[in-house]
Write a protein that binds this ligand. Structure first.
Ligand SMILES: Nc1nc2c(c(=O)[nH]1)N[C@H]1C(S)=C(S)[C@@H](COP(=O)(O)OP(=O)(O)OC[C@H]3O[C@@H](n4cnc5c(=O)[nH]c(N)nc54)[C@H](O)[C@@H]3O)O[C@H]1N2
Ligand SMILES: Nc1nc2c(c(=O)[nH]1)N[C@H]1C(S)=C(S)[C@@H](COP(=O)(O)OP(=O)(O)OC[C@H]3O[C@@H](n4cnc5c(=O)[nH]c(N)nc54)[C@H](O)[C@@H]3O)O[C@H]1N2
Ligand code: SF4
Ligand SMILES: [Mo]
Length: 741
C-alpha cells in the first residue's frame, strides 16, 4: 500500500487528493485534509480519478485508421502515418491548411501548458482554435485591454469580502471558474456568517442562488445592461468612490459619462428586474466596506460578453474595491505569470486582429480564431482552406455551436489526428489517435489556475504511477518535429533542450527580471538533471516572484521545495498589486478602452429592441459532469436522467408540455428532442439544457456514456452568432421554439 498526494485535475478548484494505491490498483480517493488550500474538500468528481484509471474504454495504445477502421498500432507506426499524410498537405497547401483545436483539459495539464505553445509555433498555422472562444474569451479581452495581459483577471477576495455579487456563475456546481477557490459553499457561508451578503443574478435559481441572501432572475443576455445601470446609479447618486484607483485610471470621467446612458428605469424592462431593485443593489454595493462583483460563463457566452466582462471591473473600480482587501484582487502566482515578469508597472499591452479568418473575416484574438468559424474554414474552397485537423484534448463536435455542421465538415477532411484518451464524438473521425497518459501517470502543477486563485498557493504533485506510454509532452514534441520537417522520429531530447534554452535566454534578456544579465549556461547547468516539464517548471518557479533566483534568495521557491511539501506551499492571502501588475503601455488602468466603448452603441440599440415574447435557451452545469467527457464513469452518471430541458410551469402549461414527456426544440441552427422537467427554478420565458451530452453517435467507443446518451444542446446553438470583440460564441440566450414532441 502506498499513499499519494495529488492535485485533482478535473476542474479549476485544484483540490488536494489523498490517493491510496496497491500496486497498480487504486484503493481509495479522499480529500487531503492537510492540503494548504482545499483542506480536505472534494466533490463527487474526485472519485472519477479512480474510475478513469479503471475505465476499459480509455485508450492506452495509439489507434490508426486501416481500411476504414481504427485499429491499435505502435507509437512509431502512428507517427509514421502522421508524417506520411500531414507533410504533403503542409508542403502542397501551406501551413494554414492544418487547423488545430485545443480543448479544455489542456488548461489542467502541465505538459500541454508548457509544450503546447512550442509545437503550435513550429506549425505556424493561423488556423488555431481553442475552447476559449466558447468560454472565457470576452473576459480575457476586457482584462487585456484594461490591465495589459489576458490573465490579469481580478478575482473576488472571497475569504475577506462582505458583499459578493455573482452573475452567470454557479460555483456550488462548477466549483468556480476564473476563481480558483475550493469549497465555495464553505466560503460563501462564511461571508454570510460574518454578517456579509451574497447576491446571485441568474435566469435560474441555481444551487448557488439557494445559498445566497438574494437572487434575481435576469433575462439571458442582458447582464451588460444591468451592470451599466448599477454603474449609472453609483454615478447619478454620487455614490462612486474609486479612492486611490482614481489616480491609476485613464478614462474614469469618460466612463462616468457613458454609463449615465443606462439608467435603471431604462434597463428594467429588458432585464426583467425592477428599477427600484437595481438602485437598491447599487446602494448596497456602494455601502459595503469590502465588496466584489464577479461574473462568469453566463455573462461571457452571450451577446454582450466583453461589455459585461468590462462592466464588472468598472463597478469594482467605481466602488473602490479593485485591488483592495476583500474586493476584487490580482493573484500573484509562483510561476509563469505575465503580469509579474519583467519590469513592473507597464508593458506592451495587447493587440488583436493581426490576421483575420479567411471566410468571415473575424479578427484573431491572442493568436487564435473564433472556433465558431472552424466549419466554414473546412468547407470553403480556396487558398488556405483547412484540409487537416489536429485536436488536442478537445471534443468540438459536442462543444461548439452547430456541431452538426462541423461534423459534416470534418467528414470531408483529408486527414485528422487526435491527441485524446477516448474514441468519442470527435475523435471517431480521426485517422490517428495518440492517447496521452491518464492523470495518475503524470505530474501536475496548475500553472494557469494559480494565476486566478483566491489565495496564493503553489502545489506540485509527481506522477502517482508509471505509465506504459510516453508522456504527453513527448507526443507534442514529436508532432512539432513532423511539422518542422524533421520527420516522424525527431530527437525529442534536442527539442526539449531547445524549449528550455529559449525560455532561459528570453528571461535573462528581459529588463527587470531577477535573472537579467545572468549567464544562461550557468542557469541551465543548475537545472540538471531535470528534463521535460519538471525542468521548465523548476526554472519558472525559481525565476518567479517567490523564487530562489538561482542563488539570489536561498529561502526562495524551487521545484525541490515543492517536492518537499506534498500538501502545497501557502504563499498567503491576496495582496494589492497595483500599479506594479499593470502591463498596459500607458502604465495605467485603461478604464475606457476604445474598442469596448465603441461597442456600447450596440448595447444602447438593445434597449430599443422590441421583444417578441419567444423562449430562449440557456445551458447549465451539473455537479457530476465535466463538459462532455466524464460520462463514461459509472459513479458520475448513475441515477436519474440528467440531460433534461428545464421549463417554468407557466410556459409548460401554455405550450402543453408534460413533465417526463419529450419536447421538440427548434432554433435557427437545428432541432432536437429532450425530456421535459418542469420547475419553477427557471425564469418564465427561458428553457435550459446542459451541454456536453449526445453520446449515441455511431463509432463512439464509450459503453457507459452510450447508455446515458442525452442530447447535444449545441445542435441548437448558431455558429453565425459571435460576440464581435472576442469572437466568442453565443451559447446562452438562443431563441427557440418549443412544442411537445
Ligand atoms: N452550449 C454550450 N456549449 C459549451 C459550453 C456551454 O456552457 N454551453 N461550455 C463551453 C466550455 S466552458 C468549454 S471549456 C468547452 C469544452 O470543450 P472541449 O474542450 O472541446 O470539450 P471537453 O468536453 O472538455 O472535452 C475534452 C476532451 O479531452 C479528452 N481528454 C480528457 N482528459 C485528457 C487528457 O488528460 N489528455 C488528453 N489528450 N485528452 C484528454 C476527452 O476525452 C475529450 O475528448 O465546451 C463549451 N461548450
Ligand atoms: N461539475 C462541473 N463543473 C465544471 C464544469 C462542468 O461541466 N461540470 N465545467 C467547467 C468549465 S469548462 C467551466 S468554464 C466552468 C464554468 O463555471 P460557471 O461559470 O460557474 O458555470 P455554470 O455552472 O454553467 O454557471 C453558469 C450560470 O449562468 C447562468 N446563465 C445562463 N445565461 C445567463 C445570462 O445571460 N445571464 C446570467 N446572469 N446568467 C446566465 C446559468 O443559468 C448558470 O447557472 O465550470 C467548470 N466546472
Ligand atoms: S471540486 Fe474540482 S478539483 Fe475539487 S475534487 Fe471536485 S473536480 Fe476535483
Ligand atoms: Mo470552460
Amino acid at each position: 500500500m502506498a499513499l499519494h498526494h495529488r492535485t485533482c485535475p478535473f476542474c479549476e478548484a485544484t483540490c488536494g487528493l489523498e490517493i491510496e494505491t496497491d500496486g497498480h490498483e487504486v484503493v481509495s480517493v479522499r480529500g487531503d485534509a492537510k492540503d494548504v488550500f482545499s483542506r480536505g474538500f472534494i466533490c463527487p468528481k474526485a472519485y472519477g480519478i479512480k474510475q478513469l484509471h479503471e475505465d476499459p474504454d480509455r485508450l492506452t495504445a495509439p489507434l490508426v485508421r486501416r481500411n476504414e477502421e481504427l485499429v491499435e498500432a505502435t507509437l512509431d507506426e502512428a507517427f509514421e502515418e502522421i508524417d506520411r499524410r500531414l507533410t504533403p498537405i503542409l508542403d502542397e497547401r501551406g501551413r494554414n491548411a492544418v487547423a488545430v483545436y485545443v480543448g479544455n483539459p489542456n488548461a489542467h495539464n502541465l505538459s500541454a501548458l508548457l509544450y503546447g505553445p512550442a509545437w503550435l509555433r513550429a506549425l505556424g498555422s493561423q488556423n488555431i482554435y481553442t475552447a476559449s472562444t466558447v468560454d472565457q474569451m470576452p473576459k480575457q479581452v476586457s482584462a487585456g485591454l484594461m490591465f495589459g495581459t489576458m490573465l490579469s483577471i481580478p478575482i473576488p477576495d472571497v475569504d475577506r469580502c462582505e458583499h459578493l455579487v455573482l452573475l452567470g456563475a454557479n460555483p456550488l456546481v462548477s466549483n468556480g471558474s476564473l476563481l480558483t477557490a475550493p469549497d465555495m459553499r464553505g466560503r460563501l457561508r462564511r461571508i454570510r456568517g460574518r454578517g456579509g451578503k451574497v447576491v446571485v443574478i441568474d435566469p435560474r435559481r441555481s444551487r448557488t442562488a439557494d445559498e445566497a441572501d438574494e437572487h434575481h432572475f435576469i433575462r439571458p443576455g442582458t447582464d451588460a445592461l444591468l451592470l451599466a445601470a448599477l454603474a449609472c446609479t453609483l454615478v447619478e447618486e454620487e455614490l462612486d468612490a474609486p479612492g486611490r484607483l482614481a489616480g491609476l485610471c485613464e478614462g474614469l470621467d469618460r466612463v462616468r459619462e457613458l454609463v449615465r446612458g443606462f439608467p435603471p428605469e431604462a434597463v428594467a424592462e429588458p432585464c426583467g428586474i425592477p428599477a427600484g431593485e437595481i438602485r437598491r443593489m447599487a446602494r448596497e454595493l456602494a455601502a459595503a466596506d469590502r465588496a466584489a462583483v464577479y461574473a462568469r460563463i453566463g455573462t461571457c457566452t452571450q451577446e454582450f460578453g466583453t461589455l459585461a466582462s468590462w462592466l464588472v471591473d468598472v463597478l469594482n473600480v467605481l466602488t473602490g474595491n479593485l485591488d483592495r482587501e476583500g474586493g476584487a484582487m490580482f493573484a500573484r502566482a509562483a510561476a509563469g505569470q505575465r503580469n509579474s515578469s519583467g519590469a513592473p508597472g507597464s508593458g506592451r499591452g495587447v493587440r488583436f486582429g493581426r490576421w483575420t479568418s479567411r471566410v468571415r473575416g473575424l479578427p484573431e484574438v491572442y493568436g487564435e480564431l473564433p472556433v465558431a468559424c472552424l466549419a466554414e474554414e473546412i468547407e470553403t474552397p480556396g487558398e488556405g482552406q483547412v484540409r487537416a485537423l489536429i485536436t488536442v484534448a478537445g471534443n468540438p463536435l459536442v462543444s461548439i455551436p452547430n456541431s452538426a455542421r462541423l461534423e459534416r465538415a470534418v467528414e470531408t477532411l483529408d486527414f485528422m489526428v487526435a491527441v485524446d484518451i477516448y474514441v468519442n464524438e470527435t475523435t471517431r473521425h480521426a485517422d490517428v489517435i495518440l492517447p496521452g497518459p491518464e492523470p495518475l501517470e503524470k505530474s501536475h502543477y496548475d500553472l494557469a489556475l494559480y494565476q486566478l486563485a483566491a489565495r496564493n498557493v503553489a502545489n506540485y504533485s509527481p506522477a502517482v504511477m508509471e505509465g506504459d506510454g510516453p508522456p504527453e509532452w513527448e507526443l507534442l514534441l514529436r508532432l512539432a518535429g513532423i511539422v518542422a520537417g524533421q520527420g516522424p522520429n525527431a530527437d525529442v531530447e534536442a527539442l526539449d533542450r531547445l524549449v528550455i534554452e529559449t525560455l532561459v535566454r528570453r528571461e535573462v534578456g528581459l529588463p527587470g527580471s531577477p535573472l537579467a544579465e545572468r549567464d544562461p549556461g550557468e542557469l541551465l547547468d543548475a537545472l540538471e538533471p531535470r528534463r521535460g516539464p519538471e525542468r521548465v517548471l523548476d526554472f519558472m518557479l525559481r525565476a518567479g516572484p517567490y523564487g530562489d533566483g538561482f542563488g539570489n534568495d536561498p529561502e526562495g521557491l524551487s521545484l525541490e521545495q515543492l517536492e518537499r511539501n506534498p500538501h502545497g506551499v501557502d504563499l498567503g492571502p491576496l495582496e494589492p498589486r497595483l500599479p506594479d501588475a499593470l502591463r498596459t503601455p500607458s502604465g495605467r488602468i485603461e478604464l475606457a478602452p476604445e474598442p469596448i466603448v465603441d461597442d456600447l452603441e450596440r448595447l444602447r440599440a438593445a434597449l430599443r429592441r422590441p421583444r417578441n415574447g419567444g423562449l430562449v435557451l440557456v445551458g447549465r452545469r451539473q455537479l457530476r459532469s465535466n463538459n462532455s467527457w466524464m460520462h463514461n464513469l459509472p459513479a458520475l452518471v448513475k441515477g436519474k436522467e440528467r440531460c433534461t430541458m428545464h421549463v417554468h410551469p407557466e410556459d409548460a402549461q401554455r405550450l402543453g408540455l408534460e413533465d417526463g414527456r419529450r419536447a421538440l426544440l427548434r432554433s435557427a441552427a437545428g432541432e432536437l428532442e429532450a425530456p421535459v422537467e418542469i420547475t419553477d427554478a427557471i425564469m418564465p420565458g427561458v428553457v435550459s439544457i446542459p451541454h456536453g451530452w449526445g453520446h449515441d453517435a455511431a463509432g463512439v467507443r464509450l459503453r457507459v456514456a452510450a447508455e446515458h446518451a442525452g442530447v447535444n444542446s449545441n445542435l441548437l446553438a448558431d455558429e453565425s452568432m459571435v460576440e464581435p470583440l472576442s469572437g466568442n460564441a453565443i451559447l446562452n440566450g438562443i431563441p427557440v421554439e418549443v412544442a411537445p414532441a
